[in-house]
Design a protein around this ligand. Structure first.
Ligand code: BDP
Length: 605
């Protein structure tokens, strides 16, 4: 099959998009009988469930919430015969963690990885003006080769359970929208943009990939609808004089229209809203359009009541309003690529995004925080399954960069979260992942990974590959917590000094710090989990951040309380949220608001 396009689905002069979201048939394959019983031809005794959503939190029984294995979805769609002569693609924005798609009983495609889009092309099996059955077999098992990583155990009675090596609930299902797209046979498959600034002018270098040889033309309109630039050919430059640049929290988006023309006939048309900006690391600074920027914001999750990790545009909107209210300007898509609509909103609102691939749990552990401070060496990068993990990681990286490369908001790629970098075996793996990311991105955005405490100046084998260092640090919480916090600041500063003594000259960003606190829990004098403790903890971090010139970003963990596996370390989830899971401010929010509203965008620039 031709490689499918990663372009976001849009109806244009030549394209049609049909929304397939809604109630689908659904069944957990508790006995593993779906394949043998041909559920691909129709799921017997099915329940009905909303798409998109995680399936887990709808049910009132634990077996369904914790279900591990295959789960099946089914819907049907009428395809109008007016669409004859076009490609027909059913596009899944994400099925977690893997899927096989059957259309009219035929296996069309499969996909590994739960956070990136894929298409099932139904050209050869379509029934015109008739119902077409779409069946998806999903699976949510974790392994040493899945992104994210973990294990799947047998409970002894045929039931399976996942044990994630990471600290978020293993939500699964058709978690993002499904759409049927009808597009021309000769079509625009991809577009890649890069920006260059010279004086008041901007040069948008582009390359367009199409499936034919007809002429390609491009038009760029400003926000008032005036033509700002045009060009012909699959590769070229759009020259924008007196360009309005995309700035942090002050976005400006041009409207790009691409057409394939056959004489006067429009063969295909696609459009997108694009911000013009440059971003780079310069010494220990970040430069956006040549000016220093300081990152203030969060590590986040896609996580909310009832729909779990399911796409919920209302929650996305609320999150942006809260981030604006608190004075943030950035976030990391911890620990997986988010829904495309999140990046579209970030483009529009002028947020800076560190875009993370789902390479999390690459540290064999009960859940990663348990071993994060133990100094335990694992053999994660010495396993025989490493080649398969790497193939999955490289594939996800390519999909991520192809999907997100044109977003002005994306300023960097995060290639891992908290991997085990203590063994020298990690280095060759890291080297190849970093090299591939740099090769894939024509904008050459900085590449990095989020390091946990074991990735220390003494032990880390991989930090030198990063263009800036991202630290996840919990001095005063997992390490030197409680009354011992009196020693936390000295230990924290000692580590930072050791990095500088190693000769590291790039920017440092704190991609995680924070402590759990229960909303409304007060205690004088402070104890861990109280508001007072968190205030002391944040005072410490802010003192440290303010006294090192190399620290160019603070992204607290986490934006909101979120669901995790149950256990003695978690109180119905992780409570490090600055906001509750219902998106209301906890006391910490006011401390951060006070600080962030007063930090200039070019702080320490
Ligand atoms: C780090 C992880 C993050 C956890 C966090 C924590 O990157 O996923 O949720 O710590 O322990 O280890 O709260």
């Amino acid at each position: 099959m031709e490689k499918y396009s990663m372009l976001y689905p849009r109806s244009t002069a030549t394209r049609r998009v049909l929304d397939l979201n809604g109630m689908w048939k659904f069944r957990l394959d508790k006995k593993g009988e779906g394949d043998a019983e041909n559920w691909k031809d129709g799921i017997p005794n099915a329940d009905w469930i909303p798409v998109p959503a995680s399936f887990n939190d709808f049910y009132t029984d634990k077996e369904s919430r914790e279900f591990t294995g295959d789960f099946w979805y089914e819907t049907q769609v009428y395809v109008p015969s007016e669409w004859k002569g076009r490609h027909l693609d059913v596009r899944f924005a994400a099925v977690t963690h893997r899927a096989v798609v059957y259309i009219n009983g035929v296996a069309i495609t499969s996909h590994e990885g739960g956070f990136l889009p894929f298409c099932a092309r139904m050209d050869d099996v379509v029934k015109w003006d008739a119902p077409n059955r779409i069946v998806v077999k999903g699976n949510n098992e974790l392994s040493f080769t899945s992104l994210p990583a973990g294990i799947t155990v047998d409970l002894g009675d045929g039931r399976k359970m996942t044990k994630p090596f990471f600290d978020f609930f293993n939500y699964a299902g058709i978690q993002r929208p499904v759409k049927l797209m009808a597009s021309p046979m000769e079509q625009i498959v991809d577009v890649t943009l890069n920006h260059r600034l010279e004086g008041a002018d901007a040069f948008v270098e582009y390359s367009v990939e199409t499936t034919g040889d007809h002429e390609t033309v491009l038009f760029l309109y400003d926000e008032d609808g005036n033509l700002a630039a045009e060009s012909r050919g699959k590769e070229g430059v759009l020259t924008v004089s007196n360009a309005r640049l995309w700035e942090v929290r002050n976005a400006y988006l041009y409207h790009l229209v691409i057409r394939i023309l056959d004489g006067d006939r429009v063969v295909d048309e696609y459009f997108d809203d694009i911000g013009i900006r440059t971003f780079c690391v310069d010494g220990n600074r970040f430069l956006l359009n040549g000016h220093p920027v300081y990152l203030k914001g969060f590590g986040k999750h896609e996580d909310s009541d009832i729909v779990g990790r399911g796409f919920n545009i209302g929650v996305v909107k609320r999150d942006f309003e809260l981030m604006k209210w608190i004075g943030a300007n950035s976030f990391r898509t911890s620990h997986y690529p988010y829904s495309e609509e999140v990046y579209q909103m970030a483009d529009r609102e002028g947020f800076l995004v560190i875009d993370e691939v789902a390479a999390v749990g690459f540290f064999e552990s009960l859940v990663n925080f348990v071993d994060a401070v133990s100094g335990k060496a694992t053999t994660f990068f010495s396993r025989p399954t490493l080649p398969q993990l790497k193939a999955n990681h490289l594939a996800a990286l390519e999909e991520l960069i192809t999907r997100d490369k044109n977003h002005a908001c994306v300023i960097a790629w995060s290639l891992f979260n908290e991997p085990d970098t203590m063994h020298e075996n990690a280095y060759p793996y890291f080297k190849d992942i970093f090299a591939r990311a740099r090769e894939l991105d024509v904008q050459k955005r900085p590449c990095t990974f989020a390091m946990e405490l074991n990735s220390s100046p003494e032990k880390c084998h991989c930090y030198q590959l990063s263009d800036f260092l991202c630290f996840n640090r919990y001095y005063g919480w997992y390490l030197l917590g409680g009354y011992e916090m009196v020693n936390a600041e000295a230990a924290f500063r000692k580590e930072l000094d050791a990095w500088l003594e190693k000769g590291v000259t790039c920017p440092f960003v704190f991609t995680e710090y924070g402590c759990d606190h229960l909303a409304g829990e007060h205690k004088l004098p402070s104890v861990q989990w109280s508001v007072e403790y968190e205030q002391e903890y944040l005072d410490l971090y802010h003192r440290v951040f303010d006294s090192y010139d190399c620290i160019k970003g603070e992204q607290i963990w986490n934006f909101a309380d979120f669901q995790t596996v149950e256990g003695i370390m978690r109180v119905n989830g992780n409570k490090k949220g600055v906001f509750t899971r219902q998106r209301q401010p906890k006391e910490t929010a006011y401390i951060l608001k006070k600080r962030w509203e007063h930090l200039p965008v070019d702080y320490k620039g």
